[in-house]
Design a protein around this ligand. Structure first.
Ligand code: GLU
Length: 509
C-alpha cells in the first residue's frame, strides 16, 4: 500500500472553528497512527472571501494545538506550492479543465449575470424556488453545448468571458464508500453543472480539490459533512480525468451541534462560550471573537474534548492524551450523527487536565495569568507550592488568579461585610491569642497551625468553624481559596501575622 497522506485544506476566510480543528485532529491522528504525512493546503481560490492574516492565524492555532503539519506553505515538501493561488499561477488547473472540455465532460458557458438571473426567474416555481444550471436548463443557455463550433470560436476570439462547467450526466447513479457512513449513492440528474474554472481563470474548489488531491498523492480525505452534496461532482471528476484508481478514501465528518442546530460563531457570542481555537479579530470589522486558548483552556484538554466530539473507543474512557489518541483513534468508530458541543462538559475536560498536569507543566501558564493581572512572580519554588495547593480547584486558567494572587500580594480589600455580623470581642481575643501562639511556633507547618487553632478554640469555647471564615478573610480577603491552614503555611509566619494584625484593625471591635 502506498504511504498514507492526508490533508487539511482550509480556506483563509476567518477564525478557525472548533469543527475545523477537529478535522485537523482526525487527519493528524490518522497520519500518525499509519506513519503517514499530514499536509496543510491553503485553498485560497475564492479571492472574494480572502481575509488578511487568516492564513497565519490558522498556523498559529495548529501550533498551539500541537498539530504541526509535515508539509504546508511553511513546512516545505516535494508537492508544493501548497497555496492554490500559487498553483493557479503555475497554470496547474486550467489544463485539466480544458482536457475535460475536450473529452466532452465539461463545456464553456458564456452566460452573463443577467442571463443567469433571467433563467432563474423564468424557471422558478413553487416546488423549485431556486432553479439550477443543470442538464435541463443548460439546453436553453449560452454554452458550447447549445452554440455551434463556429459561434464558440467567435466568442472565444472576442475574449468573451466564460466559465467552464462540468456536464453532469442526465441519468446515472454513482456511489462511493465513505469510511464513516458506508456506501452512499447519488443520482447525477439531481446535481447541478458546477463551475470548475471561473472567468478569471481561477479554479473553483471542485476542480482544485480533485486536481490537488491527485497531484499531492492524497490517500485519505477527511472533510466536513457539508461537502457530501458535492461528492458526486468530485467522483465524476476523478473518473473523467482518468484517475479513479488513485481516488482517496473519503470520510465525511459529522457536524458539531450547538444549542440550536449546527454550532455557529453566533452561538458563541449568544451563549458566552468560545467557538474558535484562538482569539480572532476580523480585520474588516475589528470584531473580536474569543478563543479557547484565551478563555483559559489547555491545548491538551482542547484536543481531548474535540477527539471525543463524535468519536469514542467503545469503552467508558473519556480522558485521552495525544499518544493514547494516536493509538486508539479509528475512523470507523466516528459517529454518523452530529455531535453536541456542551460547554460545561468542555470545562470539565479542562479541569481534569489541570488536575492531571504536573506542577512544572502549569508554571508558564499560571505565571502568565498572574502577570496579566500585574502580579509578577519571581520565586518559582513559591509558585510551585501554590500551584500544587490550588490546581485541583481551577477549571480554567484564569481561575488561578483568584485562587492564588493573594500569595504574592496581600489583599487590598477585605470582605468585612462577611465577617462583621458575627464578629465580637471573644473572636477578636481569640485571634490576638492565636497570633501570639503563632509567633512562638517553632515548626511552621500546616498541622501545627491547625492544631494550635483548634486547641485554642476549645480552650476559649468557640466553635473552630466560626473562626475559620474570619481567618480566611484575613489572609485572602474573601470567601475563596484553598484550605486556610495550607494558605498560612505557604505565606509563612511573618506575612500571616502581619495580615492578622492588619485585619484586626479593620474588623475593629
Ligand atoms: N476548502 C474547504 C473548506 O474550507 C476544504 C474542504 C475539503 O477538505 O475538501 O472547507
Amino acid at each position: 500500500m502506498s504511504k498514507v497522506r492526508v490533508r487539511f485544506a482550509p480556506s483563509p476566510t476567518g477564525g478557525l472553528h472548533l469543527g475545523g480543528v477537529r478535522t485537523v485532529l482526525y487527519n493528524y491522528l490518522f497520519a500518525k497512527q499509519n506513519g503517514g504525512d499530514f499536509i496543510v493546503r491553503i485553498e485560497d481560490t475564492d479571492q472574494t472571501r480572502f481575509v488578511d492574516g487568516a492564513e497565519q492565524y490558522i498556523f498559529n492555532c495548529l501550533k498551539w494545538c500541537g498539530l504541526e503539519p509535515h508539509e504546508s506553505p511553511f513546512h516545505k515538501g516535494p508537492f508544493g506550492p501548497y497555496r492554490q493561488s500559487e498553483r493557479k499561477e503555475k497554470g496547474i488547473y486550467s489544463q485539466y479543465a480544458e482536457q475535460l472540455v475536450k473529452n466532452g465532460h465539461a463545456y464553456y458557458a458564456f452566460d452573463s449575470k443577467e442571463d443567469l438571473e433571467k433563467m432563474r426567474e423564468d424557471l422558478k416555481t413553487a416546488e423549485n424556488p431556486s432553479p439550477q444550471y443543470d442538464h435541463i436548463s443548460r439546453k436553453k443557455m449560452k454554452n458550447s453545448l447549445t452554440l455551434t463550433e463556429g459561434e464558440v470560436k467567435d466568442l472565444l476570439d472576442k475574449n468573451t468571458p466564460y466559465v467552464i462547467r462540468i456536464k453532469m450526466p442526465e441519468n446515472e447513479v454513482i456511489s462511493f464508500t465513505d469510511m464513516i457512513r458506508g456506501e452512499i449513492s447519488f443520482e447525477t440528474g439531481l446535481v447541478d453543472d458546477k463551475v470548475l474554472l471561473k472567468a478569471d481563470g481561477m479554479p473553483t474548489y471542485h476542480l482544485a480539490v480533485v486536481v490537488d488531491d491527485y497531484l499531492m498523492k492524497i490517500t485519505h480525505a477527511f472533510r466536513g459533512e457539508e461537502w457530501l452534496p458535492s461528492a458526486p461532482v468530485h467522483l465524476l471528476l476523478w473518473k473523467y480525468l482518468g484517475w479513479q484508481s488513485d481516488m482517496p478514501q473519503w470520510a465525511h465528518l459529522p457536524l458539531i451541534l450547538g444549542p440550536n442546530g449546527k454550532l455557529s460563531k453566533r452561538d458563541g457570542a449568544k451563549y458566552g462560550f468560545p467557538v474558535f481555537a484562538m482569539n480572532w479579530t476580523d480585520p474588516k470589522t475589528n470584531e473580536l471573537t474569543e478563543g479557547f486558548k484565551e478563555k483559559g483552556f489547555l491545548p491538551e484538554a482542547f484536543i481531548n474534548l474535540l477527539a471525543v466530539l463524535g468519536w469514542n473507543d467503545g469503552t467508558e474512557q473519556e480522558l485521552y492524551s495525544m499518544s493514547e489518541l494516536i493509538e486508539k483513534f479509528s475512523m470507523d468508530r466516528v459517529h454518523v450523527a452530529g455531535a453536541k458541543f456542551d460547554f460545561e462538559k468542555a470545562k470539565w475536560f479542562n479541569h481534569e487536565w489541570i488536575k492531571r498536569f504536573e506542577v512544572s507543566g502549569l508554571r508558564f501558564d499560571v505565571k502568565n495569568q498572574l502577570a496579566q493581572n500585574n502580579i509578577i512572580v519571581s520565586d518559582d519554588s513559591l509558585l510551585d507550592k501554590v500551584i500544587e495547593l490550588v490546581k485541583d480547584r481551577c477549571t480554567l486558567l484564569p481561575d488561578f488568579v483568584q485562587q492564588s494572587s493573594f500569595f504574592f500580594k496581600a489583599p487590598e480589600q477585605l470582605d468585612v461585610d462577611a465577617v462583621k455580623p458575627k464578629w465580637n470581642e471573644e473572636k477578636k481575643a481569640f485571634f490576638i491569642a492565636y497570633a501570639e501562639k503563632l509567633a512562638a511556633i517553632g515548626n511552621w507547618e500546616l498541622l501545627s497551625l491547625e492544631t494550635a487553632f483548634k486547641d485554642l478554640a476549645t480552650e476559649k469555647n468557640i466553635k473552630p468553624g466560626e473562626l475559620q471564615l474570619p481567618f480566611r478573610i484575613m489572609l485572602v480577603g474573601g470567601k475563596f481559596g484553598p484550605p486556610v491552614f495550607g494558605i498560612a503555611e505557604i505565606l509563612g509566619k511573618e506575612e500571616t501575622l502581619e495580615r492578622i494584625e492588619k485585619a484586626l484593625v479593620i474588623f475593629g471591635s
